[in-house]
Design a protein around this ligand. Structure first.
Ligand code: AMP
Ligand code: MG
Length: 417
């Protein structure tokens, strides 16, 4: 039941249709123009293991050498290299075994000429020695070692600071931390790290016809596809998604949900000019509706604006439109706010069109395509409600607004999902 009066066509953004649409470039430019307001997106200190896949907020300069001591790189014998000269299998040279040196347990004395110390990988090189003769080049009899090969000075020895030097910039601010980065940071003694705070993204899913994720569709109701999809997209782009339950299609519920704290709010559904489309009007009345209606397909009923200090993206409810509008606009903002590259996280490739790909001049088309070797087959441009067009596709082709499309056999750029 809807007890609200019908919309007033003179003041209401609803039910007028879109008289004009913004270009995709203008919408992207608007996002980019407001991003500086959010760029102070602050940092936080997290435990080292939680820093993986986060964006480093500081330059990390090492105040230690790694390793901090000269160490053996092999199991064998530490000795003076010049005393091995001439050693071969036919001419074994004898040494006295003066002791043993283990990882973490150094040999206490200084090794004198004619002596060698049994040593394991990672153990500190004893004073008086300059090299390690690997165990496979030796034989032993009691306390006597026979060197069966020569080694040169420094052979099989890891130098102080060979991994990290004191004062070196180990990693720079802006780095998206890889697992091996976490390992290096640990090796120089870090147990916490200063990273860019992840933008808090509130996902508001509207639609009285929706059932919560995990519910089989029944009667005239459909299960929410956009909520879990958007949560996954936000995580991919380094945001922290928060999703309250489904929001009913009424002004009060939406306004209340918008009033919760967030850096960016994604509203799925109700973004167009229908009677149940409350989001644009709420933005226009209580914040700013900067862009509404975009010359693209799908996603033309997308919009964006601000509410208090939040960036708000209006994503059409049709799931392909929702995905596409997220990728064009919301994802860009989330990545940038979290210190990541604004660019799409999709790998790009090129292939030859197996059929022509027709598009309308004046709007950007988002064509789902399937790759087959070096050929690419267009699957769909329209059909914004058919989400499996994106799961059957390997990626998408963007056809710019000034293009009528591409002839069969043209080579096109593909973004791989
Ligand atoms: P709307 O943008 O609210 O006008 O919705 C457009 C179409 O998308 C309608 O057929 C809705 O039922 C459908 N839709 C809206 N939200 C979702 C959602 N979260 N998951 C799947 N379909 C949706
Ligand atoms: Mg709706």
């Amino acid at each position: 039941m809807n007890s609200q009066p019908p919309p007033d066509k003179t003041t209401d953004v609803r039910m007028r249709g879109f008289s004009s649409r913004s270009t995709v470039e203008a919408a992207v430019a608007w996002i980019d123009s407001v991003l500086p307001e959010f760029s102070s997106l602050r940092t936080e200190v997290v435990s080292l293991t939680d820093a993986a896949s986060r964006v480093l907020a500081v330059d990390v300069i090492s105040d230690v050498n790694v390793p901090g001591f000269t160490r053996s790189m092999m199991d064998g014998f530490a000795l003076r290299s010049e005393e091995t000269y001439g050693a071969t299998g036919y001419n074994p040279l004898p040494f006295q075994i003066a002791g043993t040196c283990l990882p973490g347990i150094p040999y206490s004395g200084t090794v004198t000429p004619g002596n060698a110390v049994r040593i394991m990988t990672g153990a500190p090189l004893p004073d008086g020695t300059d090299s390690v003769l690997p165990v496979e080049n030796t034989e032993t009899q009691g306390q006597t070692l026979f060197a069966m090969a020569e080694v040169s000075a420094g052979k099989h020895v890891g130098a102080v600071g060979e991994d990290v030097r004191i004062g070196a910039v180990v990693l720079s601010a802006g780095r998206l931390l890889r697992p091996q980065d976490i390992g290096v940071l640990s090796s120089i003694g870090c147990d916490t790290m200063t990273v860019v705070r992840r933008p808090l993204v509130r996902i508001l899913i509207t639609g009285n016809e929706l059932l919560p994720s995990g519910t089989p569709p029944r009667g005239y109701q459909i299960a929410d596809a956009n909520g879990p999809m958007l949560q996954s997209l936000v995580c991919r782009d380094g945001g922290r998604p928060v999703m309250p339950g489904l929001i009913p299609d009424d002004r009060e519920s939406l306004l209340a949900a918008l009033s919760e704290p967030a850096d960016i709010v994604l509203i799925s559904g109700g973004s167009s000019v229908g009677q149940e489309d409350h989001a644009p009007r709420i933005l226009a009345e209580h914040g700013t509706l900067a862009i509404h209606g975009i010359a693209m397909r799908p996603s033309s009923p997308a919009g964006m604006g601000q509410f208090r200090n939040q960036l708000v993206c209006l994503l059409p409810g049709n799931p392909v439109s929702c995905l596409c509008a997220y990728d064009f606009f919301a994802g860009r903002a989330i990545r940038a706010m979290g210190g990541r590259s604004k660019d799409w996280p999709y790998r790009k490739t090129q292939a030859t069109l197996s059929r022509k790909l027709v598009s309308t001049v004046g709007r950007v088309d988002y064509a789902r395509v399937k790759l087959d070797g070096d050929q690419v087959e267009p699957l769909a441009i329209s059909g914004a409600s058919v989400l499996t067009s994106t799961t059957q596709a390997d990626g998408f082709v963007i056809i710019p607004a000034d293009s009528e499309g591409y002839a069969a056999q043209s080579v096109v750029n593909i973004f791989l999902y």
